[in-house]
Design a protein around this ligand. Structure first.
Ligand SMILES: Nc1ncnc2c1ncn2[C@@H]1O[C@H](COP(=O)(O)OP(=O)(O)O)[C@@H](O)[C@H]1O
Ligand SMILES: [Mg+2]
Length: 331
């Protein structure tokens, strides 16, 4: 397995293990009472809207079996939309509807879906098959984010998302996750998406990993994944940093998406972000978090404004030799 083979090399780069993450970061920086804010996507969305953070528009929420009959009305005026469990994780239970076809719907991966199937899927969500701990859940129906031209070249039928790890409001690591044919319109690594490390300073893509193996090109589009610049990178960093002020969670995984028309949007927040980002970045989280913690010690815990925190991170975590391309060169 990747971890055991390269453990020594990774340790030298300050890699964070699962026990360290749980004990020294999640337990230490994330108050349990704050978890419900991020474990329920409906709550996160409301909170973000109140703070003026852009999120995909909510078309409707279904809470009960009787409520399923309202689906028709909720999606009546939309050709495309996304259905997801409010308390889901890892991309499970998410259905991306990209279009309609006669009386049917068409999923992001091109599958024809009937109204009955959609309703059955929602019934599954309500019964809790996708929710943490198997509790009863709600189904959210929301705006489908459309990918930008640039991202379309390196994704297969879905929007990539940008994961940024934020420690006490300081971005420490970032990766771009690219949907593949296998991941069916979703950008979750466990579903078969690709993780691509990002230079925190510039938003330029570094190398990619797929199923924990290094890759150079997207397996479906054959385009190179390295050397592209994420648009609106400054906004992405600012948004991620603000999510700390929004939630009070000290160790946070912020997921953003880039919409063709609306720019960066916050998709969800994670209080227990995964460790795979280290493989994508080819760098250790422990090393990077240590730099922020030392800085915080020097500040004696004093909170600094988001813009200043972002500036600190950009300086500290710049990858040497990375130069962003001009937008027109990337077209
Ligand atoms: N509104 C949306 N529009 C387009 N794609 C979406 C939308 N919501 C989710 N997805 C796709 O599904 C993936 C997982 O969604 P997310 O809301 O982060 O749920 P999870 O907690 O299961 O990871 C995203 O990375 C994205 O690729
Ligand atoms: Mg996610």
């Amino acid at each position: 397995m990747f971890w055991s083979k390269t453990r020594k090399a990774l340790r030298a780069r300050g890699v964070m293990g699962i026990n360290q993450r749980n004990g020294d970061y999640i337990l230490r920086y994330n108050k349990r009472s704050l978890y419900p804010l991020v474990d329920d996507k409906l709550k996160t969305k409301k909170m973000a809207l109140e703070a003026g953070i852009r999120v995909p528009e909510l078309y409707g929420a279904i809470r009960t079996e009787q409520g399923i009959s309202t689906l028709r009305k909720v999606v009546d005026t939309h050709r495309d939309f996304v259905i997801k469990p409010a308390q889901g994780a890892g991309g499970d239970g998410i259905m991306v509807i990209a279009d309609r076809f006669e009386h049917y719907f068409r999923s992001a991966s091109g599958r024809i879906i009937t109204q009955d199937e959609l309703e059955h899927h929602i019934s599954g969500i309500l019964s809790g098959i996708y929710s943490l701990g198997g509790h009863r859940d709600e189904a959210l129906i929301e705006y489908r984010v459309r990918s930008t031209e640039l991202f379309n070249r390196i994704s297969y039928e879905g929007v990539p998302d940008i994961r940024i790890i934020v420690l006490k409001g300081y971005p420490v690591a970032a990766m771009l996750r690219l949907p593949t044919r296998q991941s069916q319109g979703k950008a979750n690594l466990h579903q078969g998406a690709i993780g691509v490390g990002l230079d925190l300073s510039t938003g330029v893509t570094l190398g990619g990993t797929w199923h924990n193996q290094r890759i150079e090109r997207h397996p479906d589009t054959a385009n190179a994944v390295a050397g592209l610049t994420v648009p609106d990178w400054e906004d992405c960093l600012a948004l991620a940093a603000r999510c700390y002020d929004l939630t009070g969670l000290g160790y946070l995984g912020v997921d953003l998406v880039m919409d063709r028309d609306h720019g960066p949007m916050m998709l969800e927040l994670n209080a227990r972000p995964g460790l795979n980002i280290q493989i994508a970045m080819d760098d250790g989280l422990l090393r990077r978090c240590g730099i922020v913690e030392k800085h915080l010690d020097a500040l004696k815990g004093e909170d600094r404004p988001a813009a200043e925190r972002v500036e600190f991170s950009k300086q500290q975590f710049a990858v040497a030799g990375v130069v962003p391309q001009a937008a027109e060169e990337q077209q």
